[in-house]
Write a protein that binds this ligand. Sequence first.
Ligand SMILES: *Cc1c(COP(=O)(O)O)cnc(C)c1O
Length: 459
Amino acid sequence: MHTGGAPDPEHLAILSRALDRLNEVFAALPAAPEHTRPEAAAPAIALQAVLQETATRMQDNFPYHHPLYAGQMLKPPHAVAQLAYAMAMSVNPNNHALDGGRASSAMEREAVAGIAAMFGWDAPLGHLTSGGTMANLEALWVAGRLHPKRRIVASEQAHYTHGRITEVLKIPFQAIAHDAQARMDMSALQAALDVGEVGTVVVTLGTTAAGAVDPLPQILRLRERYGFRIHVDSAYGGYYRLAGNLAPQAHAAYEAISEVDSIVVDPHKHGLQPYGCGCVLFKDPSVGRFYRHDSPYTYFSSKELHLGEISLECSRAGAAAVALWATMQCFPLQRGGAFAQGLEACREAALELHRRVSADARFLAGPTPELDIVVWAPRGASASEVSARSQAVFEAAAREDLHLAVASFPRAMFPHWPLQWDAERVTCLRSCLMKPEHREWVGEIWTRLARATDAVLAA
Ligand SMILES: *Cc1c(COP(=O)(O)O)cnc(C)c1O
């Protein structure tokens, strides 16, 4: 279970003992045999057959858990998260209201407080969401309520969700140019601020495509002059606040994070959780007033805070909160701790792959990774040839059981590539090295990448 591979029998025994402990509390209830339900009648033999068929269908996947999967943002949930989630599923709590999930709501509040403390906040408003998209939607919704009609701006390298969310919210949006490091360009931002009517700047710490870290300290200085709200989208990169091996620019951005107004981080990206776990935090808890509603349907029975009173989503998996809470008991969010060391190993893996690519004439290297994402391409005479070769190496590598990703970037990212620019964008190879074991696997990844690239360049 640890890496998403074969279930560890010891883990299944641990789960079984945990379920026994959980069910002690219901032991005094009169027996209510399940077989009185029509759908409970499925005999074990049918369950067995259907599960086998389901497993066969699920074979159609890349081996996400394996270090040779070094493509998109996929990281196996830790065993403690899988076990805690499975146990909580037997209760199936709903963190919308305390009536639907008392224990899991309390665990959510504790887990969220732990994440907030990582960012240096001790009393924010915050909660879990189904993912980064919903978390960002809530942050921009609040931003729009505070600054109606004023623009929200974000880098062209920000996640595309911001453009779409502002469309849903009917808030004007402007994309800001980026530099060769894929960071928001400060003169372009300043030009937008000079035009006026900017209500909120979205700062990405860890862009989805390249893992770039926008220059938050400079943006904070611009805030002093122009006055605007800052939302940090660190859905991918938020946990890198704990890493001790960032370069000075990225380190300074993370150190300044407590100065912003809202933050998004996805425990289901780098936080060892299964999908369905994002988090949004607001520095000023009084923004909770925007969530107020007066629904006749909800079952808020007590005067205590129900998470549904401070979130846009209604029903939400309490099991996700339980899994996150349990994971944070095993791996507290501490600098120098095992979890932080894991992130540091990912970054070392990325730097090592980038170093090898930079030193090899078969490749064109992208910017030095700020986190753990590497961007590069096989060499070629023109942008279109490089794009075609990137796609071909991506496919050839997959035949070597090495799974990379491709991503398209604008010419502005690669001012030093000696290319004939016959297109404004170029397709590159991209690798999210999100598993600590990637550090030990860079050699094997390199061997397979080199073989795939040689085959493409020879063709
Ligand atoms: C992944 C990501 C999102 C979207 O989050 P989901 O959890 O996929 O909904 C938004 N912003 C950034 C920077 C991301 O990396």
